[in-house]
Design a protein around this ligand. Sequence first.
Ligand code: MSP
Length: 511
Amino acid sequence: MSFVITTPLYYVNDKPHLGSVYTTIICDAIARYKRLVGEDVIFITGVDEHGLKIQRTANDKGIDPKTHCDEISEIFNTNWKDWSISFDKFIRTSSYKHELIVNEFYERVKKSNDIYMGVQKGWYCVGCEEFKDNPENSKTYKCPIHQKNLEWKNEENLFFRLSKYQEHIEKIINEPSFIEPIERRNEIINFVSKGLKDFSISRTNVSWGIPVPDHDNHTFYVWFDALLGYVSAISLKEKVHSLNNSINGGWPADIHLIGKDILRFHAVYWPAMLISAGMKVPKKVFGHGFLTREGQKMGKSLGNVLDPELLLSKYGNDPVRWYLLKDISLGSDGDFQDRRFVDTINNDLANTIGNLLNRTSSMSRKWFDNKVPNIEEISSENKLANLAKISVDQYINKFNKYKLDLAANEVLSLAINTNLYLNDNQPWTLIKEKNKLPYVKEMIYNVLESTRIIGLLLLPLLPELSSKINEQLGSIYQKEVSWKKQLKWGRLIRNSSLPKPTPIINKLDYE
Ligand code: MSP
């Protein structure tokens, strides 16, 4: 059994923004964690390339949509590599393989008698690629997300019989584990209780899309096409690219991680489409919050968009990851504040974790011949070992519930407690008394051992910092031994060499 996790498939109207980086980093942390606990992970990301929005973006640039998509998709792909995102599959919805799956899926839905021709009239937001209930029924009304006017549409489209699945969807969304967090579930329950309406799945005025097989001039509605990217991604590398291969290769997804604005598509339309095609529904849809900057919505017109590439080159991967994972509670909105960012990184990573390792390794090297102290016996009956055990248990518990901020806080509190243990015991004073040497040895061993555990716990959250901690302790992680086993107290080898300490993280300055 695989563990399948997905990011949304991002629109290629522009290169990745901080919102897309945020979702992708969260998925990456979860994927890494699941691999460490022994799951066979399929981490899917990719791009959503069809539809009116992309067609227009390309037209505005004066190039054909395919050339535009090739260019931006490549930027996404390399950006994720620059951020060390450990994705397994990258799906492009303009690929031929994906088209095959969409066609196969459509045939199944048609066989269920869920497709019919109708007339679609309504106000459309091209930014969302979605029909909206326009409360004022007017041209001047703006979509609250994109701040752009809606467009009136009136055309013959193929429809999907969503209304048929009312009861089925009610049952699914009432399952407490299906939609998280709970506030989002309530929004959806409320929406569904008003009665589901059939929705159109084809367009006649959009040439940049997958042609509907039996209807000239119709292309599939971009969402009907894009959601299937999650399925087609699974069999990307198979020789035969078919719906069955994807289903057998790991479907259904264990978790779709998405922003709150696209929850309806994932928690209502998508499950109904899947049931119609005789497929399983995803196990969980998690809607995260929105990022703002210094309390304001980010937008080109406001001129306050934070360019993630700039953040990465200026601060590096780990500081940005730490801020996004630890400072924002998954599911709630978050704010990116420059000062808070610098303070958080300096306090948590440089002063608390970095300094702990640096000073302890220096003491150990100075007093014990550049080595880990050669203690008589390793005992897990000590204060620090107990604290570490509690932190490890809590961390695992929080991670399993996707409370990544709380898991990160567990690591931090173990580091804080370890620093306190040092300060309380003052080995730098005790070392001056000869008869206290055994105590000092034990203390330093315990602190180094706690630091080793901190490093291991950081593996899914901050892979780069974690590997630096490992190097500073003499490269002691063992790939062949399970991560959980390595989290047990006492695996640091007595009398092993400690390399010369170098700072594992630099302090940041305010601009
Ligand atoms: N293409 C669709 C998804 C199709 S999935 C089959 C799409 N793409 S998007 O590029 O517009 O948005 C991708 C994700 O970015 C969404 O989950 C959206 O919620 C998220 N975000 C957009 N702005 C955001 C913030 N300011 N903060 C956090 N996430 C945000 O929708």
